[in-house]
Design a protein around this ligand. Structure first.
Ligand code: NI
Ligand code: MN
Length: 226
């Protein structure tokens, strides 16, 4: 799988020739000013919840690419109203897509659309990819005990965890989350974008290393092969 970081919690993942895009928030992110939103590819857009810093660029990207928007029922209803292609799901549900099996899992957070309307419950995503890798994208969440259920069912290769604190888990909580989901390689997200969530990169990586785990902090616009 090829992972591209577009800043904040927005990642593109290319797997089995399919482009997945998570939580598109780019054009309002000063740190991502080097990214051209019009160049971002997407076959599926996975939306963890309705907050502005996760859906701000969703509609234009979905309109341009014809991507299918995947999320909870309320995300589906909102996207469908804007005449986007959708696949409605809900927490605990799985579906076999061409890229692999996707499961929506619990996230502890809130969720509303930028206009304040109800966006259902926030979720995380577990992807059991056809290419043989398994990953967890936590979305915005607090540390919670249900994360342990993921390790009961899946052997994760990678976990994308929020680490910025204030709105989500901080680094210390994310180290515990990595233990709960039993994953060695963590990709950090939801940090540095706003004043409230600025972190010390070296200190964060040391905290994970001290716990026997690896924290990757990708440069915005960079791509890595996993
Ligand atoms: Ni949020
Ligand atoms: Mn957020």
């Amino acid at each position: 799988m090829k992972v591209t970081f577009y800043g904040h919690s927005c990642f593109g993942i290319e797997t089995s020739g399919i482009h997945l895009l998570f939580d598109p928030f780019v054009s309002h992110n000063e740190l991502a000013s080097g990214i051209k939103v019009d160049d971002i590819p997407a076959d599926f857009i996975l939306a963890s919840h309705g907050h502005w810093d996760h859906v701000a660029d969703l509609v234009p990207i979905a309109q341009r690419t014809g991507a299918t928007v995947v999320g909870v029922w309320e995300i589906h209803a909102w996207a469908e109203k804007q005449e986007l292609k959708t696949h409605p799901m809900n927490t605990g549900g799985s579906w076999d897509f061409d890229f692999g099996k996707l499961t929506l899992v619990n996230a502890v957070h809130t969720s509303s659309f930028p206009d304040g309307s109800y966006a259902g419950n926030p979720v995380g995503f577990v992807l059991d990819l056809k290419e043989g890798k398994t990953m967890y994208y936590a979305g915005d969440t607090a540390l919670h005990m249900d994360m342990q259920l993921i390790a009961r069912r899946y052997k994760l290769d990678y976990a994308f965890l929020p680490i910025g604190g204030n709105f989500t888990m901080d680094v210390q909580d994310a180290v515990l989350a990595a233990e709960f989901v039993n994953c060695k390689h963590i990709i950090g997200m939801h940090y540095d974008t706003f004043g409230y969530i600025k972190i010390e990169h070296d200190a964060a990586q040391k905290q994970f290393a001290d716990a026997g785990r690896k924290l990757t902090l990708m440069d915005i616009g960079s791509t890595m092969e996993l």
